[in-house]
Write a protein that binds this ligand. Sequence first.
Ligand SMILES: [Zn+2]
Length: 193
Amino acid sequence: MIQPIYVYDQQILVQKCLDIPHDLPILPNLILDLWDTMRNAQGCGLSAPQIGLPYNVFVIDSQNAFQAIGKGFRKRYFDTEDKGIQEIFINPQLLEVSSKMWKAEEGCLSLPSLIKEVSRPWLIKISYYNEQLEHHVQEFSGLTARMILHELDHTKGILLINHMGVFTKKYLYFKLKSIKKGRVKVSYPISTR
Ligand SMILES: [Zn+2]
């Protein structure tokens, strides 16, 4: 079911999430809601706190981006052989990151209309459980790794604006204020309670 997306600056977005017990009855619905809500908002990733649940769970779709961008961009955002993923990450843990960093612009469904260039590692190794609750330890690179790191940030209460310097934050003061008041027009339901 499509859920309203929590936007800046609600408490749920700045708190550290908990691991979800595998037998928690809400888990199957949470997974479905994350997919439905993300797709409805035309996003490429969505975490549980963004729909109001403080758990370490998120979904990623980098396959859609891979298919939507041209050859030149694919080279910049994806390793050869990498065609993106559609995956659910349950109780993920970041194990390793590469020293190789790269910069790209990011947006966030909880900070509508805001775009920020962020520097992140190119390659990561992560442990997580998938939808069938099977344990995986896997490496991801490029845009997929970036999306995973962005959602991992959410489960730790870190937002895109935490990657900004004080000056940028001051500059964005009025934009953040209008997001907070629900004055930014979005094409998906939001919660500003
Ligand atoms: Zn986000």
